[in-house]
Ligand binder design. Structure first.
Ligand SMILES: N[C@@H](CCC(=O)N[C@@H](CS(=O)(=O)O)C(=O)NCC(=O)O)C(=O)O
Length: 211
């Protein structure tokens, strides 16, 4: 059964799912949802995702939303297919889950604010708030300092293996080093910089960027 991914391949949370499906060699089709036309607020879409955001996946009669839940589901369901993304032991899995939560709870809020203020809002004609930009950059810097310390001892966030914990960082960090124009936040941190070069050059991510 081909997995249907409702969303835009240019949107970050759908890209998180697409990168995981490619890593796991899972066949998918994208069902485009045009955010600029507000298609994610149509009743038909809201029936799939009541919060009106992308992505949603439909896998036969199974429907799932929240990108981080979706990648956990497919990494587990297809554990023995494609690249392992969950670690080999319960201890490794614990660290994968820890850094998935760190990304969602500590990394995402400030980086999302920077992307919203510096990429989304200008496109939507919404005025930017310099104070939010400055506060978010400071918060993200402190989070990245923790990452720098971790990555000085470990090639990847959960250990010596690439996992969902690293993959989940790809979409918004890609924005940070491109459209947001704050690549220095990565490059000024030696181990974070090496980690980013490693994960951003994975074939799966390059394929996502070509969609
Ligand atoms: N927690 C959700 C967030 C999804 C989300 O915010 N999606 C954005 C697109 S993107 O930020 O991921 O690029 C969206 O649909 N935004 C539309 C809107 O907020 O109206 C997830 O991870 O699936």
């Amino acid at each position: 059964m081909v997995v249907k991914v409702h969303g835009s391949p240019y949107a970050s949370a759908p890209r998180r799912v697409l990168a995981c499906l490619i890593e796991k060699d899972i066949e998918f089709e994208i069902v485009p949802v045009d955010l600029f036309k507000g298609e994610h607020k149509n009743p038909e879409f809201l029936n799939l995702q009541p919060f009106g955001v992308v992505p949603v996946v439909q896998d036969g009669d199974y429907t799932l939303y929240e990108s981080r839940a979706i990648i956990r589901y497919y990494a587990e369901k297809y554990k023995s297919q494609g690249n392992d993304l969950l670690g080999k032991t319960v201890e490794e899995r614990g660290l994968v889950e820890q850094w998935l939560e760190v990304e969602g709870q500590n990394y995402h809020p400030p980086i999302y604010n920077l992307v919203a203020q510096l990429v989304f809002f200008p496109k939507m004609g919404i005025p930017v708030d310099q104070k939010i930009i400055e506060e978010s950059e400071e918060k993200l810097g402190k989070v990245l300092d923790v990452y720098e310390e971790r990555l000085s001892k470990s090639k990847y966030l959960a250990g010596d293996f690439f996992s969902l914990a690293d993959l989940t960082h790809l979409p918004f960090t890609h924005y940070l080093v491109t459209d947001v124009g704050k690549e220095f936040m990565i490059r000024d941190r030696k181990h974070v910089s090496a980690w980013w070069d490693d994960i951003a050059n994975r074939p799966s991510w390059k394929k996502v960027l070509q969609l």
